[in-house]
Design a binder for this molecule. Sequence first.
Ligand SMILES: Nc1ncnc2c1ncn2[C@@H]1O[C@H](COP(=O)(O)OP(=O)(O)OP(=O)(O)O)[C@@H](O)[C@H]1O
Ligand SMILES: [Mg+2]
Length: 581
Amino acid sequence: MPAIPGRSELGEALRSCRNAFIGVGIMSCMINILYLTGSIFMLEVYDRVIPSRSVPTLVGLIVLCAGLYIAQGILDMLRARILGRIGTSLDEAMSARVFETIVRLPLMMGNRSDGMQPLRDLDAVRSFLGSMGPGAFFDLPWLPFYLVICFAFHWMIGVAALIGAIILVTLTLITEFMSRRPARDTLVLGVRRNDIATSSRRNAEVLVAMGMSGRLTKRWTEANEKYLSGNQTASDVTGGLGAIAKVLRMMLQSAVLAVGAYLVIHQEATAGIIIAGSILSARALAPVDLAIAHWKGFVAARQSWHRLNKLLETIPERKEQTLLQAPVKRLSVEAITMVPPGDQRVIVQDVSFALEAGTGLGVIGPSGSGKSSMVRALVGVWQPVRGKVRLDGAALDQWPSDVLGRYVGYLPQDVELFGGTIAQNISRFDPEAKSEAIITAAKEAGVHDMIIKMREGYDTQIGEGGGALSAGQAQRVALARALYGNPFLIVLDEPNSNLDSEGDEALTRAVRGARGRGAIVVVVAHRPVGIEAVDQLLVLKDGRMQAFGPKEQVLGQVLQRVPTPAPAPIKVVSEAGVAKA
Ligand SMILES: Nc1ncnc2c1ncn2[C@@H]1O[C@H](COP(=O)(O)OP(=O)(O)OP(=O)(O)O)[C@@H](O)[C@H]1O
Ligand SMILES: [Mg+2]
């Protein structure tokens, strides 16, 4: 493959296949020499066998040539296999890393619609490497070699072949220029098309209930038509030019034959030379039209390659970090200011507080006041643009994320379960999870009885997104997942939004229990019951901290600010929490 850029991460991965590439190069050399078999056979038959009328010579030649053809076939096959395996090994080397980037990308750049593109890009590179394309590129450099042999036959045959080569190479360059735009357009159109499909699938219930599916189908059809026509343009370019190249090559073969005939008439060459020259010139240019035919894949793979490299540069591989001791003492938040990924708006400003082991913090505030955003910083999901979050004095980014994850339990506002069993979800897909730990977490979350009532108990498959569970059940399973492994910091974002009173009690018990064993628990709540088991309270409004301190004291402050006749304290919390009206 030409133009493999140096020090890029993908380049490094391909470089580890250097020996395989050298092997392919050597095989290409042998294959191209073996390609001469046909011409030499012709030459011998016309110039030696026929004049001498020697059948044994003919038989000998046939046997020899058959052997050479077989060798050529085997080498060709091996070369294609090695190239295919280079593609596979590139994919194997990079896929985990690319997967990691598609997970981290939305947390750094915001949710972009082409989130899956990196995986498709890797596919494009691999499938090009596995196609006939690269073989053609390895054969192309042999063009001059064949031309030299044509010149050796006769200079006029050489000139005819040279002119043909120049025309075909020009055609290749035209293909290159003409297929770049369509390839890029197809990509954009494809992403748009996929977006409609994924979001419709995700929101199927809304579509059906409100009769929107017809309209969405129409949007899909339009996007699909555009995509197909873009794709067609790209194929037309390479297909059309490929056909022209093929015809030109055949014309060239006849032209060389004609030149040869002219030479024979003037007794400047033998019949063997004409035939051999014509076969050879056609052979020399065969890789050109093969290359043109695969140009679409080549351009796609090249664009994918550059896009992927740019992405990998933006999201560098995480370095090995020194393992810190498990946090046991405190969580401190130092003047954090937050901006959502891919955005410029400040949504949380200058929030500072500290919590000692065993404390529980309730976070309240109106909708959109930045509660969820702030707690995302506490668990390291979003990086604050200013300020730091520390556990026992060490900033969160000093921990590798999978290690930090062991000390953190997080229940996001939209629950987010994964396809798999309930046990797998609770144990966070830890392959070495112990049953006791899973059951303990489930009991703490008050969900054990509910689970064992299910037909397959802990081994119930809950489907993608937790589809097989009710909203309240999913929330409680997610609570058990947050509690699993006794993490030091537990952050629950509206953990009771779907709970019944029994669930509320279980939540309160769980928070008390976790605090009792020395954990720090942060609960974002809209309903007063959510903060029953906490002792500290933080009030957020418009991204700023309005109050922080012991619960009773903060509630008192909030009470004073409310001008209406003083309601019961807990009622006020609810008003502070639901002050959206
Ligand atoms: N991913 C995001 N990209 C851009 N803006 C965001 C994102 N998430 C939240 N915001 C914005 O940040 C602000 C605070 O949102 P946040 O979800 O933190 O509020 P909240 O206090 O948790 O609200 P609620 O009580 O409704 O859950 C909102 O104005 C919202 O539009
Ligand atoms: Mg929220």
